[in-house]
Design a protein around this ligand. Structure first.
Ligand SMILES: Cc1cc2nc3c(=O)[nH]c(=O)nc-3n(C[C@H](O)[C@H](O)[C@H](O)COP(=O)(O)O)c2cc1C
Length: 339
């Protein structure tokens, strides 16, 4: 079973950081969906700016917000200044991080122009220095999330992960695309295999987590079987189906898919997400956010005529609750008729 440093995970399945999506409200939704074989093993915050969390401005405080129900949690930092990252790492540890991840995979210009995110793949000495300083600064495991390289000509799969392990990284996650690819094309499993093989040779105790395009339990198993990776991180697939961890844990353990959640249960998950948003962010943000998120959930709630359009016009917390309650009642009536 997957272990990151001394931290034993219940399953080898991780929730990816997805800026703007994987906040405390959503992580608690994901954690609550468990089956006989568990659910998510580790959930990550979205990328955090070290300078902003050290200033403790309002936005960075809610981005990094966690609580006792949200365990184990990884906090992800980005940036290029080893001393600032080390200080932010100490802050993260004091504020509840179970593990700390360094973002070396973000392809977004705003981040790479400041030489953070996947720009670090082009500056391996700096990447190593950042990890070395962080490992010295904190008492929790430090991990890194990388891509295959900046472009097709500059794969770092056989060099950087090993160099990071030399200075104490506890696990590495590899998104099987290059920076230049951004999110285009499909995930390249041979690239993930290269990371697994080089780690197996020099640091056999350091797990490699594969990432990219997993939207069904079978994809996770195929990624593990083909590449030999020790765990799988799921991002976009979890936004639409937060139950994917429960289903995948079951599939990995038994080779069978579990009984799918009913449509009514999926709708109840949307309600739970909304209630979590209310709890942590208040009425206005909760309504705005659930309006955006409903488009992800919608395909899994169908048939529900005009769901996305109707939610757009709801302006009040109780109106949303009533709308969902009516929808769930309708689903139950439909299901009773089918049965
Ligand atoms: C909108 C969006 C935001 C993302 N934000 C982050 C981030 O904050 N940190 C990070 O390491 N990766 C981020 N990623 C990349 C994902 O964590 C993941 O590596 C990528 O989406 C591939 O996995 P998936 O196919 O399971 O989504 C983001 C991806 C998307 C689409």
């Amino acid at each position: 079973m997957l272990k990151i440093g001394p931290v034993q995970l219940e399953t080898p399945l991780l929730l990816a950081p997805i800026a703007g999506y994987c906040d405390l409200a959503f992580r608690l939704v994901v954690r609550s969906i468990r089956g006989d074989y568990g659910g998510v093993g580790l959930a990550c915050t979205d990328l955090l700016c070290p300078q902003a969390i050290l200033r403790e401005n309002e936005k960075s405080l809610w981005l990094s917000a966690t609580n006792e129900e949200d365990k184990p949690v990884c906090m992800q930092l980005y940036g290029r200044h080893p001393d600032v990252l080390a200080e932010a790492g100490r802050w993260a540890e004091q504020h509840g991080a179970t593990t700390i991840d360094v973002n070396m995979g973000c392809p977004v210009d705003k981040v790479t122009k400041k030489n953070g995110g996947s720009k670090l793949l082009c500056e391996p000495l700096l990447a190593v220095e950042i990890v070395r300083e962080l490992v010295k600064a904190v008492n929790v495991p430090v991990t890194a999330k990388i891509r295959l390289g900046w472009d097709d000509k500059s794969y770092i799969t056989q060099t950087l992960p090993v160099a990071l392990a030399d200075v104490g990284i506890a696990a590495v996650t590899v998104h099987g695309r290059t920076t230049e690819q951004k999110f285009k094309g499909t995930v390249r499993l041979p690239g993930i295999s290269e990371v697994v093989a080089s780690m197996a040779k020099y640091h056999p105790d350091i797990p490699v987590i594969g990432n990219g395009d997993v939207t069904a339990p079978e994809h996770a198993k195929a990624m593990m079987d083909i590449t030999g990776c020790h765990g799988v991180m799921i991002g976009r697939g979890a936004l639409a189906q937060p139950w994917i961890f429960r289903d995948t844990a079951h599939y990995l353990a038994t080779g069978e898919l579990p009984q799918p959640l009913s449509r009514a249960d999926r709708a109840r998950i949307v309600v739970q997400h909304f209630e979590n948003l209310l709890r942590f962010r208040g009425d206005r943000v909760a309504l705005n956010m659930i309006r955006q998120r409903i488009s992800k959930y919608s395909p899994y709630l169908q048939p529900w005529p005009h769901l996305r359009q109707d939610v757009r016009f709801i302006e009040d917390v109780n109106a949303f609750r009533d709308f969902m309650a009516a929808g769930i009642e309708q689903i139950q009536t439909d299901e009773a008729q089918v049965a």
